[in-house]
Design a protein around this ligand. Sequence first.
Ligand SMILES: [Zn+2]
Ligand SMILES: [Zn+2]
Length: 233
Amino acid sequence: MHRLDILFPACCPICLKPVHPKGSFIHEACRRKLKFVESPFCMKCGRGIADEGAALCSSCKKGDFVFDSGRCTFAYHSDIGNAIKWVKDEGTREFIDFFGDTAAKRHETFLKAVKPEIIVPVPLSESRLRARGFNQSELFAESLAGVLGIPVGKLLKKVRNTRDQKGLNRRERTRNLAGAFEAVSCKEMPERVLLTDDIYTTGSTVNACAAVLKAAGVKEVYFICIAAGTADD
Ligand SMILES: [Zn+2]
Ligand SMILES: [Zn+2]
C-alpha cells in the first residue's frame, strides 16, 4: 500500500490505522501503549531519573548546561521513535499535531511557570532543509504555538552542517556543534524563549542553541522535546 493511502485521512501514530472520530489523534488502545516521562524526572533537563529523592540528574548536578530548564514528553521507546521517524521522512501533520497537543497538556504547569514569549525551533542547516523540505522541530513549534497561542520566531540559524550525532558522546557532540548555530539579528531579543526539538539525547543541541541565544541577549531559555532517553545515572 502506498504510504499516502494509509496516511489519509488521519492515522494513528502508533498503529498507522485511521482514527475515528475526526479530530482524534490516537486510538485509546494505542494511547495505553505510550510511555511518558513520569516522575521522578530531572527538574532541569526533564529526563526520567532513577532516584526518587534527587531533584537533578548527574549532568545537571555537574552544571553542564546553560539552558534554564526543559521538559520531555515521551520516554523514548520504539513506537514513539517510529512516529518521529515518520515525521522526519514525511512531515506527517497529524503526528506533529498529536505531539504538540500532548506536550501542551502534559507540560501545562511548566509552561505557565516559565511563561515563554516566543517558541524557537532548533534549526536545520540550509542544505539539510533543502533536502528534507521542512524542519520537523519547526513543525512541532508551530503545532505547539497553535495550541498555546504563542508566536514562533526563527531566531536561530544553523550555519554549517554537522556530523550525525549518533554514536558520539557528550563531549564529542559539544565539539561537533561548536559554532554551528548563530542568532538571527533582530532589534530586540525576547526575554524568555522556549526551544523545540524532537529527541533529547545528551542535551548538547538545546544547550548549544541556548548558549547562542543567551549571548545574543535572551535572559531565559527553556525547551520542550518530544522524547528523551532516561538520564544515564
Ligand atoms: Zn492505533
Ligand atoms: Zn538533568
